[in-house]
Ligand binder design. Structure first.
Ligand SMILES: [Zn+2]
Length: 335
């Protein structure tokens, strides 16, 4: 058995990350009562995820929500992640998918509060950030740059965002005001045109590396694990073939994929009754872990998989990256 450092290094690289969205944040986004007591599944899902990653000798990036790190009940689980050698990154404090509507002062407070709670819980200062619900703004990027962050990972170049939003509105009850707040949730159509390859945002205060969540080259359809699990609810062979096609297209087009995971990829409706409304929750937790085992085997068979921070460092040691203007349709609200 080779140690990870002995692996042949001419294979294409890839990165892997998990947004550690907790039970309460799904309930909050869905508009369900009871999220205010921050119900948590971290205690039992984190060991399950760590065991799965360990089986494939994977070290990845965990994007952690500050609110979870701030609560004593979650700290043992979060410390386990750090102790296993995974990268700890920032996924905001409140997990508000309308972070792009925040003022500069609100953004600064949000990111700093998450950072402080994460450091207190894990002893690690994050240098990577992903906005909740892929929310992004120039203000967020400039704040990250000012705080010394190495990369942002909040873009999701797909045309399916508006479709996902329509599905979500159809299955939830919101007032007009709540709908307006959620108007950019899951992105806009123009997001589908963004680059799949890493680049640098050109900002007032310098440049910041962007690592997009990879979608299927050409078609721009998602292939993060939650989407594959959703397909697997209909047909496991079709889901795996779809995943393999996406990886093959990445290799053909010279794209080093950044694959995204969520806790619900390893939890079934049998594990968390309150989240049965969510797509893909018809599968049992045990079946999802078996599916993930297959997909991880496919991923490590073709790529040298790194946590995002290490992938960012490898990129910085290489060729200069293209730069892009940080222009977004949703400007921050005035204070
Ligand atoms: Zn999230």
């Amino acid at each position: 058995m080779m140690a990870p450092s002995d692996r042949v290094s001419d294979r294409p690289k890839a990165s892997l990350s998990l947004d550690l969205d907790n039970q309460w944040s799904y309930m909050k986004t869905h508009g369900d009562e009871g999220w205010q007591s921050f119900p948590s599944y971290l205690d039992f899902v984190v060991p399950r995820i760590l065991e799965l990653l360990d089986r494939h000798k994977l070290r990845i990036t965990f994007f952690i929500v500050g609110q979870d790190a701030a609560l004593e009940k979650n700290r043992a689980a979060l410390r386990m992640i750090a102790a296993a050698g995974h990268e700890i990154a920032n996924h905001s404090f409140h997990h508000d998918p309308w972070l792009h509507l925040y003022s500069r002062e609100q953004v600064a407070a949000e990111i700093a509060a998450a950072e402080a709670a994460i450091v207190a819980a894990t002893g690690i200062t994050p240098t990577g950030f992903r906005g909740p619900g892929f929310s992004i703004s120039r203000t967020v990027l400039e704040t990250l740059k000012a705080r010394g962050y190495q990369y942002d990972a909040s873009t999701f170049p797909t045309f399916l965002g508006p479709l996902a939003r329509a599905y979500y509105f159809f299955h939830a009850n919101f007032s007009k005001e709540e709908r307006e707040k959620r108007a950019a949730l899951y992105g806009t159509l123009s997001d589908g045109l963004r680059s799949l390859k890493p680049y640098e945002w050109r900002l007032e205060n310098g440049a910041l590396l962007e690592l997009p969540v990879t979608t299927m080259p050409v078609l721009r359809a998602p292939f993060h694990l939650s989407y594959i699990m959703y397909l697997a609810g209909y047909s496991r062979p079709v889901a795996r073939a779809y995943f393999k096609t996406a990886l093959r297209l990445c290799r053909l087009r010279g794209i080093e994929p950044s694959l995204l995971l969520h806790p619900l990829d390893y939890l079934g409706g049998d594990d968390v009754d309150a989240l049965r409304f969510f797509p893909g929750m018809g599968l049992a937790g045990r079946d999802k872990v078996a599916i993930a085992d297959d997909l991880f085997a496919d991923y490590v068979a073709h790529f040298d998989v790194l946590p995002m921070g290490e992938y960012a460092q490898a990129l910085k040691a290489g060729r200069a990256l293209p730069q892009r203007a940080a222009e977004f349709r949703h400007a921050a609200m005035a204070t």
